[in-house]
Write a protein that binds this ligand. Structure first.
Ligand code: 6PG
Length: 255
């Protein structure tokens, strides 16, 4: 496995992790706008990013993000209507998107169509149009870590893990849930990938993903290796309690 520009940050607790994540979001936004004139970000779902999102809608961080140049996308979505409480886009709207100076045209949720496959195809078409022939390179991709090692909706043992060509795919889970997710090749185009991991419930899986023997089929988060970008793991002390690794540069994936 190729060496990677990877960094581990530790935060004292969930509140400190959320603040550091919001600061990193604002920094990456300003850097992207300074370099490329716009900030393309992939939001994550789940509970962990919620407070980070809330902090982005308040002083002082709200004023530190160049919202006028931001384009908001999602790394994955549950196949539920936009108004459903499980909908990732709904969570982000309520947490911050409805409270910051963004126009509806800057917000690109994964559409809810007749099937998860149709939703995936529609979002891929939207991304192809948005990137107009250029590779789908997001400035920042926010990701979480499930206690089974999944990230976005890249779940262990699912066919999407081997997807090489599609940018967006439907995912059928054993419990009957359906999801739509951006695929590994797209996520690995990102300039910066920021994993947020909080709570003792994630300690075992974080230890396995960062320090265990590589097994991406069982731990899909190990598939996230930005090709020309940096990878940041931001964890709180509870989530990091089984790690022997210290905060700092990580020689990730050399075993
Ligand atoms: C989702 C997410 C998913 C999430 C992990 C962690 O739609 O649920 O995108 O990948 O990040 O399941 O979820 P928690 O943050 O709730 O632990």
């Amino acid at each position: 496995m190729r060496e990677l520009n990877c960094h581990l940050y530790l935060a004292d607790d969930y509140s400190a992790l959320s603040r550091r994540a919001a600061e990193l979001f604002a920094e990456e936004a300003r850097t992207a706008v300074a370099k490329r004139g716009r900030f393309l970000v992939l939001l994550s779902g789940g509970e962990t990013p919620r407070h980070c999102y809330e902090l982005l809608s308040r002083k002082p961080l709200r004023a530190l993000v160049p919202w006028h140049a931001a384009e908001i996308f999602w790394g994955d979505e549950r196949f539920v209507p936009p108004g459903d409480p499980r909908n990732n886009a709904r969570m982000a709207r309520e947490a911050f998107l409805d409270h910051v100076p963004l126009s509806e045209g800057q917000i690109h949720p994964i559409p809810f169509r007749n099937s998860a496959h149709e939703s995936a195809e529609q979002y891929q078409a939207q991304l192809l149009e948005f990137f107009a022939g250029a590779p789908p390179r997001f400035d920042l991709a926010l990701l979480g870590l499930g206690d089974n090692g999944h990230t976005a909706s890249l779940f262990p043992g699912t066919p999407v893990l081997d997807e090489k060509y599609r940018w967006v795919s439907e995912v059928a889970l054993e419990d009957g849930q359906q999801r739509i997710t951006l695929t590994v090749p797209v996520l690995n185009q990102s300039a910066t990938v920021l994993f947020l991991v909080s709570g003792e419930g994630k300690a075992q899986v974080l230890h396995e993903v960062l320090e265990g023997t590589p097994n991406p089929q069982r731990l899909p988060a190990q598939l996230i290796r930005p090709e020309h970008g940096k990878l940041i793991w931001l964890a709180d002390r509870e989530a990091a309690r089984m790690l022997t690794l210290q905060e700092g540069e990580l020689s990730y994936g050399t075993k």
